[in-house]
Ligand binder design. Structure first.
Ligand code: PLP
Length: 417
């Protein structure tokens, strides 16, 4: 980088054109070399590939993920490059190509077209956009279950009051999820979809009980009943399990890529199927937006933005794409299975998530008899370095491991329980 910076200053001094691409190339080259070295033997990432404190047993990827060191390094380079000439590195038109490269990589990751990809801040932003921008009138209803996250529910509750559409929330019973089947879930959707249902919001895996919903079947059912829009909240899945937007036949996908994509906070990925570009209005309106009228870029256009994070997001996606998906699933399934066995053997714990991997994922909850979950989580963090998410209202703790977590960490956790 130093040589390149010197070259850059020389170029400025001689008055010739500065190329952003030439300044970014060394970062890209270094990242590609490190990525190749990292995945040369096809093995999964380990804890050493991240900056986590050695004392921490991090089982909370469902709240906030952690960024691989080689991605962090690229992020730092972009930050310092941008600060070397803030105006130039924000507004030079030459950013177009690098950003479009990130869009292309993201599109490939999701099996989408690049014109269908936008970079919002997070999932909550995408649901605000839908609650405000979809053509929803007084005869229309937005439908979702009690397992929808607040960030994907509250925008509809609030904006429906001003805009005059209705919101219907149905209950997925959570007291006995261990035996829930795909058919049970589909029956609930079938019973609740009506001729008024215009939009369905599905959490791919919800954050409280970790049910993986049969999205393809729900979407087919919705289409057969004339539902116009189906949206998928992949905050807990994009980066954990494959998300193929075409195969799932989805209209809109929101996510929070700081979780399983392991990207910087404050930038994320969204998918808007081409067929809705003319139906969904942007939430942010500003100058020059007409040029994006046929592209999902109009949903991210809000003026000055976080370019170093957008570029880094591209590296996070490449990093996740390089992880062998079969090995990854095996590892996550193995940890999930191991936790279930430990739970069965432990008199103080009850498994509260589905017991079928197809309806579950690397986010599951365990009920602790007679214990205040938040107190327990606090103690286990302070005394033993465990990080997981407590839910006092259900007396549960949520465990969401990623590929570098180990069965030994789970053994230790259950011993402490
Ligand atoms: C399923 C789900 N949806 C939406 C969100 C909201 O995410 P954000 O605050 O990044 O918008 C979360 C956060 O945990 C989540 O788990």
């Amino acid at each position: 980088m130093n040589t390149s910076r010197r070259d850059f200053l020389k170029t400025l001094a001689t008055g010739s054109t500065v190329s952003v691409l030439s300044m970014l190339n060394p970062v890209e080259t270094l990242f590609q070399e490190e990525l190749k070295n990292k995945f040369s033997d096809g093995s999964l990432p380990t804890k050493d590939d991240y900056s986590l404190d050695k004392q921490i047993k991090y089982l909370n990827h469902g709240s906030i993920g952690t960024i691989p060191k080689i991605v962090q390094q690229a992020h730092r380079e972009y930050l310092s490059l941008c600060e070397s000439n803030p105006w130039f590195y924000m507004w030079s038109g030459e950013w177009e190509e690098p950003i479009e490269n990130v869009r292309q990589k993201t599109a490939e990751f999701l099996n989408a077209d690049a014109t269908e990809i936008s970079f919002p801040h997070n999932t909550t932003e995408v649901y605000n956009l839908l609650a405000l921008g979809l053509p929803l009138g007084s005869n229309d209803e937005v439908l979702f279950s009690n397992l929808n996250h607040a960030g994907a529910s509250i925008p509809f509750h609030i904006h429906s009051q001003k805009r005059g559409y209705s919101v219907k929330v149905f209950d997925i019973p959570v007291h006995d999820l261990t035996n829930i089947s795909k058919e049970d879930i589909l029956d609930l959707y079938e019973a609740n979809i009506s001729s008024r249902t215009k939009l369905i919001v599905i959490p791919h895996i919800d954050n409280t009980f970790g049910i993986r919903q049969p999205v393809k079947e729900i979407t087919a059912l919705a289409r057969s009943k004339g539902v116009e829009f189906v949206s998928l909240d992949t905050a807990q899945t994009m980066g954990m399990i494959p998300v193929d937007v075409k195969d799932l036949d989805i209209d809109v996908v929101g996510t929070s890529s700081h979780k399983w994509i392991q990207a910087p906070k404050g930038v994320s990925v969204a998918y808007f199927n081409k067929r809705i570009h003319q139906k969904l209005d942007p939430m942010w309106v500003t100058w020059g937006q007409e040029r994006w009228k046929d592209s999902a870029r109009k949903y991210e256009d809000y003026g000055t933005r976080n370019l170093p994070e957008v570029l880094t997001l591209g590296h996070s996606i490449e990093y996740q794409s390089k992880i062998d998906s079969t090995l990854k699933e095996e590892k996550l399934k193995n940890l999930w299975h191991h936790a279930q066995n430990l739970c069965e053997q432990n008199n103080n714990t009850v498994w509260r998530s589905p017991t079928d991997w197809e309806l579950s994922g690397s986010l599951f909850v365990i009920e602790l008899a007679g214990v205040k979950a938040s107190e327990f989580a606090k103690q286990l963090f302070e005394l033993h370095g465990f990080v997981f998410r407590p839910f006092d209202q259900y007396s549960t703790i949520r465990i969401s491991p990623n590929v570098f977590n180990t069965t030994e960490e789970l053994d230790e956790l259950f011993d402490l329980v």
